[in-house]
Design a protein around this ligand. Sequence first.
Ligand SMILES: NC(=O)c1ccc[n+]([C@@H]2O[C@H](COP(=O)([O-])OP(=O)(O)OC[C@H]3O[C@@H](n4cnc5c(N)ncnc54)[C@H](O)[C@@H]3O)[C@@H](O)[C@H]2O)c1
Length: 334
Amino acid sequence: MSKTRTVLVIGVGSIGERHLRCFQSTGRARLSLCEINPALREKIAAKYGIDRAYADLDAAMEDPPEAAVVATPAHLHIPMATRLARAGVHLLIEKPLSTSLDGIDTLGEIVRDKGLVADVAYVMHAHPALRAMKAAIDSGRFGPPVQVVVQCGQHFPTYRPAYREIYYKDRATGGGAIQDAMTHILNTAEWMVGPIDRLVADAAHQVLEGVDVEDTVHVLARHGNVLGSYSLNQYQAANDWTLTVVCLGGTVRFEGPKMRWRWMTKPEEPWHDEPIEPFERDAMFVTQAQAFLDAVEGKAEPWSTLDEGLQTLRCNLAVLASADGASGWQRVGR
Ligand SMILES: NC(=O)c1ccc[n+]([C@@H]2O[C@H](COP(=O)([O-])OP(=O)(O)OC[C@H]3O[C@@H](n4cnc5c(N)ncnc54)[C@H](O)[C@@H]3O)[C@@H](O)[C@H]2O)c1
């Protein structure tokens, strides 16, 4: 039997509540929470039977936990994570890692010096079809990847009706389609075929009512020798999430809403489907929580590290710069 870990969830809005529930369901964590909104703090504490519910991080740090989930808006991630790391707390930080590069080097040094786990919660790493597809590509059975194409769209007002009131409405708090959603796509593509070293982008506000941040994004990218093309909108009725990796010896495709990946190696041949068991969204967060706790206990490597989160953050910043008019291809990296 694993030891039970003390885990603090900071910010119990939409995703923080989910983390709280999913860590609780692992049976491996004793949970506390920290939330500045008093009504929400009381509601969530009562709903999940949490007796330690703090009004702010100062109060929570009087008795530091072993691990924390940072689920506040993105501009708060680094200051909070740095404070926690100084106290020796392992970190699961929501995406995107931040809205700028400020303070990340310092956080990295503290994490290294103290030997902490610091994961960035790109939850698509826990998707069983993507994991299976990545394992197949990594095995070399389709040959080396040469091109990646992603098409993604969904109706944000249906899935996130509060979008006008939350961090999403302002880029400074991690809002807009680039930092909110395109970051998942770029991170998933980097995980599949390696880091992006340059990109160019276009983005605009097209449809979503009540906000003026971009809701439509197109990115062309180079991951070394691999060409990437990524498109996203947040208002179409159809729920699309297709990621195709063309390799020298075959084409491999993830189809999110259809809960499968598929592959084809010869022209005119039918697709070979690789379905997965349908699952609820919580299941990925439970898997992520288990993987994080395994890493904290030294049983497994972390899944999506601070360095990987930083690399994808550099992509976000390059996409923002390019979409805002910076000329030519934007280099990603130091
Ligand atoms: N992995 C995913 O699929 C996913 C999905 C949605 C959001 N996110 C990310 O999670 C983060 C939070 O998003 P959300 O949708 O839950 O937002 P949200 O607005 O619903 O929740 C954020 C919560 O943080 C609280 N908060 C703000 N400042 C605080 C402070 N100083 N101390 C304590 N609590 C504080 C707010 O009161 C709010 O309840 C963002 O970085 C977002 O990008 C990830």
